[in-house]
Design a binder for this molecule. Sequence first.
Ligand code: ZN
Length: 187
Amino acid sequence: MSLRDWFKRKDGAGGAGEGAPDTPEPTPTDLEHMARALELAREASAAGETPVGAVVYETESGRVLAEAANTRERERDPAGHAEFLAIRDAAAAVGDWRLSHCTLVVTLEPCPMCAGMIVNARVGRVVYGANDPKAGACESLYTITDDPRLNHRPQVIGGVMAEESAELLRGFFRSLRERNRGRKGGG
Ligand SMILES: [Zn+2]
């Protein structure tokens, strides 16, 4: 379902179309792992990273295969995005690059690089938090995860615990701006 539909549903303003049988909803397991991903994002923020966290779990069992947060600054790695690292670690954990039996939970809408990784790893389900109007590639800027020209399309559920995620990001960038301002003022 689109982010717009998700919000419509949450505040009950949508009304019509309620209960469409194939409308995906986050499961309690998704929410549990999203809470963990938010925790990872918070830790990353304390280490000076953009606060994004991700968990990959086996959809059937709920077993966590990998979790990660952004490491781009610390590792000076352009691929140091939480979901990119979590997918790679999950593949290593199962000994197979195919993750069709897995769910990726990530606090921010994946970028084109990570959406490409999701398609290439055949990730079965993607559950994400806040949308990213500047780089999102599931819905906002591109729809890489729902492009019929590509050979894999995961089930995608966006907007899950989005406000918590967005607040973390806003707080992070606010303090970054304040720090930069302080530096200029003092220098
Ligand atoms: Zn990314």
